[in-house]
Design a protein around this ligand. Sequence first.
Ligand SMILES: C[S@@+](CC[C@H](N)C(=O)[O-])C[C@H]1O[C@@H](n2cnc3c(N)ncnc32)[C@H](O)[C@@H]1O
Length: 255
Amino acid sequence: MTTWNPTQYLLFGNERLRPALDLLARIPSETPNAVYDLGCGTGAATVLLKERWPHAHVTGVDSSAEMLARARALGKDIAWEAADLAAWQPDTPADVFFSNAAFHWLDGHDTLFPHLLKGLKSGGALAVQMPQNFSAPTHTSISDTVRGGPWRRKLEPLLREHPTHEASVYYDILCPHVASLDIWETTYHHVLSGENPVVEWTKGSILRPLLAQLDEAEARAFLEDYGARVCKAYPQGRDGKTVLPFKRLFFIAVR
Ligand SMILES: C[S@@+](CC[C@H](N)C(=O)[O-])C[C@H]1O[C@@H](n2cnc3c(N)ncnc32)[C@H](O)[C@@H]1O
C-alpha cells in the first residue's frame, strides 16, 4: 500500500481543494444525518462537509495511517475510520458519500460504485471527483520515464495509466442503480509558482508509489529525467509562473 506524505500533498492544498468545493456545491442533500468522506486524506475536504452540515454525523474514511493522523490532528467533531474502500460499507445506510480525488486509486469501478450505492438510503447521494488527465504530459511523461530508464522492470508493473474511464462509461455503470445522475468535467488551469512545480505536484500524489520503490540515487535520477520532460511540456512563463491544465471528472448519483 502506498505511503502518503501529507506535507508534500498539501503543498498545493488550495488547488487540490477547489474541485472538492465545486463538487460539494452541487450535492442536493439538505439535512443529511450520516455523511462520509471516502478517501478523506488529511481531512481538508471533510471539514467542509462538517461546515455545510454541522448537525450531521461526519466520518472520514481512509487507508493511510499518515493521512488519518494529520486529519485527527485537526481536532474537529468528525469521526475518522481506517479502512480499505475496495470492499467498504457503512454500518447503517448513509445519506451522503463524498469523495475527492481518491477513487482513481482503486480498480473495478464497474462493480465498486454499484456496491457503494447499496450503502446509501433511498434519496442518498454518491458524489465523486477523480482526475481525468491521464493522457496529459504530467502522466504520459511518467510512463515515458519509467519505460526509458534502468528502473523499468521494477516500476512498469506499478504504472496506473488508465485508472478512470470516459464520462459515458460512468453513465452506463451508474444509470441502472440511481434515480438521477449529474456528470460533468472541468479543466482547471492552475497557476503554480517555483522551479518546475509540476514535479512537486506529482511527487505529492501519482509518483508516490513509484518513488517508494527506488533508493535515493535512483529517485534523484528518475526525478531529473521526469523533470526535464515536464519542464518542456509546462514551461515557466515570463512572469515566472507555470500553468498546469488539469482535467477532472465529477458525478453525483442520487439513489
Ligand atoms: C489524493 S488523496 C485525496 C485526499 C482528500 N480526499 C483530499 O481531497 O484532500 C487520495 C486519498 O485516497 C486514499 N486512498 C487510496 N486508496 C484507498 C483505498 N483503497 N482505501 C481507502 N483510502 C484510499 C489515500 O490514502 C489518500 O489519502
